[in-house]
Design a binder for this molecule. Structure first.
Ligand code: AOF
Ligand code: ZN
Length: 370
């Protein structure tokens, strides 16, 4: 799991003198090179502007800096609006100033001609002399950029903030690794882990701040998934509500299950595409999601579908919004009849906890045997 996942998007002004990493061995000063961490933080923050926009491609951010570490230009992959890779956006913005500069990018520059030309060659052509990247490209079609750059006598530094960049790109990396999207299950519960009262009512458990936070997560996802149960019981709209600039369309709504749906359900309006996967077979669901080209699926399912997905190793992350309330009896968010003994309890990895006006939001990673 990532050791650090704190980003500092507020660090806009990076025009500081270069910091050098210097260590002393036996009184001798050894220069171990530039510290690219601050520029990489910025590149990661830029990359994250592409969340909910880049699928089926990765999120990627790039900054071009001069010899004093001052930023010359920036870019991110904004696939909804342009096929240009992050490096190309930054190179175009830098113009002639790219000559002799350093590009700091969250993913190894590509080496292939796909929807655009190879970034490695564009970097060489722009006269950039140093390339710093965080994560090696695991996509076999595009890999090999570092070798091409080195062959052109460009200094290549890899692995700067690798864990942080990989965490922010975890949905795409999962897609490449397991040939399936990354699934985040969101649940809103009481303190005693109930998602509805015994009469089935569930509006509202968590407060407005929590619900606004969910809108951002919806916006940053590529698909929003629920079961037929949820559509019938709650008639959700599943559209990110709020002021989100730069998006051309909403995440696709995916409904999974075999129950008959009311034709006038809100999910059938034209605010977004809606795909019904009329099956309980989760392999069929995954196949359909892959066809749709989504990287990150935000699961807003109830206990039945959510627990089944967990059972099938199809949940990577749990986000739980817990209200300071108790329901006693009611519907539990998680249904599982095993493990029956304490040594077999399922352990998740705690990632973060935040207090939202009295509600508690916690994020947990799920390893699925890894
Ligand atoms: C991106 N954006 O900023 C970078 C990428 O589908 P293509 O032809 O645009 O190529 C996508 C591959 O290019 C992608 O899987 C990744 O390996 C590499 N780099 N992709 O979409 C970017 N730098
Ligand atoms: Zn590229």
């Amino acid at each position: 799991m990532p050791t650090l996942m704190v980003h500092f998007p507020f660090m806009e002004n990076l025009s500081h003198p270069p910091r050098e990493l210097v260590s002393r061995v036996g009184g001798q000063k050894i220069n171990t090179g530039m510290d690219y961490t601050v520029a990489m933080q910025r590149a990661i923050a830029l990359a994250e502007k592409g969340l909910g926009k880049s699928a089926p491609n990765p999120i990627v951010g790039a900054v071009i800096i001069d010899a004093t570490s001052a930023i010359i230009a920036e870019g991110f992959h904004d696939r909804m609006n342009s096929p240009d890779h992050a490096e190309i956006v930054a190179i175009k913005a830098a113009g002639d100033k790219a000559k002799g500069s350093t590009i700091v990018v969250t993913l190894e520059p590509c080496n292939h001609t796909g929807s655009t030309g190879p970034c490695a060659q564009a970097i060489i052509d722009a006269g950039i002399t140093t390339v710093v990247y965080a994560v090696a490209d695991p996509n076999a079609q595009a890999a090999g950029g570092a070798a091409t750059l080195r062959a052109a006598n460009i200094t290549v530094v890899e692995g700067v903030m690798r864990d942080e960049a990989a965490y922010s790109n975890r949905a795409w990396l999962m897609k490449i690794k397991k040939n399936r999207p990354y699934f985040t299950w969101k649940v809103a519960t009481t303190l005693d882990a109930k998602v509805a009262a015994t009469d089935g009512t569930s509006k509202w458990i968590t407060n407005e701040v929590s619900r606004a936070d969910v809108q951002v997560l919806r916006r940053q996802a590529d698909a929003i998934l629920v079961g037929t149960n949820t559509v019938i019981a709650d008639d959700p709209h599943l559209i990110p509500r709020g002021d989100f600039a730069g998006y051309t369309h909403n995440p696709v709504r995916v409904i999974c299950g075999e129950q008959t749906l009311p034709t006038n359900a809100q999910v059938f309006d034209n605010a977004a595409d809606t795909v019904v996967v009329a099956s309980k077979d989760l392999d069929v669901l995954v196949e359909k999601l892959n066809e749709l080209g989504v990287n990150h699926v935000f699961v807003e399912a109830g206990p039945t579908l959510g627990s089944a997905m967990l059972d099938h190793c199809l949940l990577d992350e749990l986000i739980i919004y817990q209200a300071p309330s108790l329901l006693g009896s009611g519907k539990q968010f998680f249904i599982f009849d095993y493990p029956s003994t304490i040594t077999n309890q399922m352990r998740l990895d705690h990632i973060s906890t935040q207090v939202l006006d009295g509600d508690v939001k916690s994020v947990y990673g799920i390893r699925n045997g890894e």
